[in-house]
Ligand binder design. Structure first.
Ligand SMILES: Nc1ncnc2c1ncn2[C@@H]1O[C@H](COP(=O)(O)OP(=O)(O)OP(=O)(O)O)[C@@H](O)[C@H]1O
Length: 228
């Protein structure tokens, strides 16, 4: 469902370039990519999501030649097919958990329709997912700035899952939690993702959780930064 082939990329003015050899992710697969700080994890994710444009090579997602799309088409494709769990969650603090989750579908007709078919409405989908991920009815109505870090993380996961995007990208969303809470969170995320055969790409510098995944890959095995 995701294939990267022979990419090159440089930040403007940089005296180095990133070279990415082949990497592929199958439908429904959960892959853990690990690399130390500064190795290029965020750069990789910005290339996959089209935030950064590579110089040569190709990225294909769901059989779409993602690299050839215009910026507007990439934005649409991302909204329709990719759920993103950010390291700092990127929630809107004064909105409730449910409102934050429904935002995940705001920019996508396809995801709105999928949520409506599955749950009756986007709002019902949001509350169902939040409760499946362990939030109480009382907590899902609160502004998210009144929730614990672990609860906020679940809101971020529910937002990424709603409307069944084919790919979920998780950028170290567990770094603020203790080990037991992190493992519990990953297992709940997988359970929900497996309902829709959603693929998960999880990047981290910390390999503690790696054995929960179908496959673990060192970033350095397919991506290197080389001097120009
Ligand atoms: N906007 C930018 N302009 C120039 N260089 C950048 C930019 N962003 C990152 N880099 C460089 O690219 C390399 C990889 O950085 P990146 O942020 O992708 O690593 P990372 O693995 O995500 O790190 P961390 O785990 O610390 O977040 C670093 O050498 C960094 O200095």
């Amino acid at each position: 469902m995701l294939a990267i082939n022979n990419l090159t990329f440089s930040y403007p003015g940089a005296r180095s370039q990133f070279v990415l050899h082949d990497f592929a992710l199958a439908k429904g697969e959960h892959v853990f990519i690990y690399g130390p700080s500064g190795s290029g994890k965020s750069t990789l994710l910005s290339l996959i999501t089209g935030v950064q444009q590579h110089k040569s090579g190709s990225i294909s997602i769901l059989d779409t030649a993602f690299s050839t799309l215009s910026q507007k088409q990439k934005d649409r494709f991302r909204a329709d097919h990719i759920g993103y769990i950010f390291q700092q969650f990127n929630l809107i603090p004064f909105l409730s958990a449910t409102e934050n989750v429904t935002l995940g579908c705001e920019f996508s007709k396809i995801r709105t329709e999928k949520a409506a078919v599955k749950y009756g409405s986007v709002e019902k989908g949001a509350t169902t997912l939040l409760m499946a991920l362990g939030l109480s009815e009382h907590n899902i109505a609160k502004p998210v700035n009144q929730l614990s870090i672990g609860q906020q993380q679940r809101v971020a996961a529910a937002r990424a899952l709603l409307g069944e995007p084919e790919l979920i990208i998780a950028d170290e969303p567990t770094s603020a939690l203790d080990n037991d809470a992190r493992e519990g969170f990953i297992n709940q995320l997988f359970e929900q993702a497996n309902n829709n055969q959603t693929s998960i790409l999880f990047v981290s510098h910390d390999q503690t959780l790696a054995n929960l995944f179908d496959r673990q890959v060192a970033l350095s095995s397919f991506m290197q930064e080389k001097a120009l």
